[in-house]
Design a protein around this ligand. Sequence first.
Ligand SMILES: Cc1cc2nc3c(=O)[nH]c(=O)nc-3n(C[C@H](O)[C@H](O)[C@H](O)COP(=O)(O)OP(=O)(O)OC[C@H]3O[C@@H](n4cnc5c(N)ncnc54)[C@H](O)[C@@H]3O)c2cc1C
Length: 588
Amino acid sequence: MFLHSAFAVEKSVCHKLCLAPEDSLTMKFSIILFLILCIVHCFDGNESFEDKKNKFVGDEEKDFNKKFALPKDVVVIGAGMAGLAAARRLTTDKTNFTVNIYEARRERFGGRVWTDKLANPRAKGPEVDLGAFSLTAAGKNNPLFELAADLGLKSVSLGELQLLIPWEKRVVIGTDLDTVFSETSKILELAMNESKASKIEMSVREAVDAVISNGKVQLSDSASSYLIQSSRPYLLDYSGKYPQSFQLGFAHKKVLLDGMGELTDRLLSGDLDEPPLHLGLNKAARQIKIDKKRNKVVVRFTDGSQVIADAVVVAVPLSIISSGDLQFEPFLPKAYYEAAKEMGITWENRVIVEFDHAFWPQEIGMFVRAVQAEEEMGHLQVWFNINQIVGVPALSGYLGGKAAEAFEKLSDEEAEKAVLSVLLEMFGESLLSQGGKVVRLQRSAWISDSWSKGAATYPKVGSSPSMWDIFAEPICPGVYFAGEHTSFVDHGTVHGAYVSGLRAASQIMGDLCEQKRLEQEERERKQREAEMAKKEKETSGTGTIERSVCRQRKEKISINIIGSPIPAAFHLLTKKQTPTQAKSHIDT
Ligand SMILES: Cc1cc2nc3c(=O)[nH]c(=O)nc-3n(C[C@H](O)[C@H](O)[C@H](O)COP(=O)(O)OP(=O)(O)OC[C@H]3O[C@@H](n4cnc5c(N)ncnc54)[C@H](O)[C@@H]3O)c2cc1C
């Protein structure tokens, strides 16, 4: 009975569609296949697939797919701020996503946020922050302040800055420092103009040096140029193409009283009503293989294991991709590798030194040491007063550029000697001796660290913002990127990493790859139609036109389910339509 009426529909459909006998055979075969599937479903549990689907008649098909599709498996590679943010966001939709994070390090997560409480269980936080230390509050909203507030974490502003010019035995502070700051703004503005006017791309350093040395600015106090020379953009030789490069970045910083690591800890472990994320430590990904046929992504690890997922968030540092430690099959498009080559990666480190007693002026939050010799640049020029923040008699020193690399190569004894020599120069013998013994000296080594290979991305001469933005684009069908290097805005920061993780999660939740696929299909369909219309215009004679109409109809009723076209009659029958309904549908 069923078969009879089904074939009746088929006959009329074939007639309408001007199908050849062999096409009609295919259709018969599809109908039989469909009926077999129907029978199987009838015996499949209490409620058949069709019964379930019928409840959704009139609703969006999407709702149906959402309700009954299996959750998508998402794998996050890298448990730094970006990876954790992505995983936490995806986990809020448990019905649709199962999420697992894999981290290369065997003993910790957090990446370049590293509040080393493991080695120092009684530490409060900032005195063991070996990576990111402060949140920038300049000009715009930093979403991490809101997150911190939601989690009940307190932050404090770094206190006043003091500039020390050792060879002049001079300390610049208060209103004198205000004058210095306004002069630095003038220098930086002129340098920006110099850079804009130049036909060849200049670095911040070249532009500033040009302004100071060619007498374009009359300095009332050389301290302003010393201050600029101690800043990150000058030290690390940022490109002078971008206005952001001409900011000193000393002001508007806040520190979390529990340390930066408290943010990553909470993202991982969840709050009271949230479950912890699934994290696998000691799992270094070595290859990401896109299986287009199965619409899956395979992640292979250095221990020989592998996982298969519907989507992967690659949240490892840029240098892990550019060094080839993490490979892609097929290779990423050329533009990704070219961008990775041109984007700069800073060299930065921290050293924390704790004494018996705090001997430095307590009202000061940040000390900047002016230097003259090239080899001294970036060498422990900036120090943060930890005692003022959490009452631990410690200072946190910053190293940038070549000095950061050189410091990694020192033995512990040499490092301590270097630290004491700088502090002696800054504060003098009598103050330093009040500190007593060095109780603890702890330092980072981000450049030789296998899982970071440097500190953070920066706009090197020759780079452009679009290079960061390339990494915000997924490789479909399922490879998404997150990390400080995936957006030019806020690159090189913890909040930049956080926002990038949320972005990757929302790309997955919004099924960006599927949207892209549909858009591409639509473009192709329009193109085909345009070509056909063009051909029709060119050809004449009724016979040709009729054939072309048949061809057009054939294409129109061919629908795409999971990527492969199936005959339209098959689709119509799955909607349980009467033969007349089916016929009239095809007629429209
Ligand atoms: C010394 C220093 C000082 C800084 N100071 C500040 C600051 O004061 N304020 C600020 O906002 N920012 C600061 N930053 C920058 C900030 O720390 C980073 O921008 C941010 O933490 C990067 O986060 P991420 O998630 O993108 O990368 P990461 O934190 O590096 O996370 C990537 C993770 O991937 C893991 N991984 C790598 N390879 C693999 C692999 N093959 N398989 C699996 N896992 C892998 C890594 O171990 C890591 O855990 C500083 C950085 C440094 C180094």
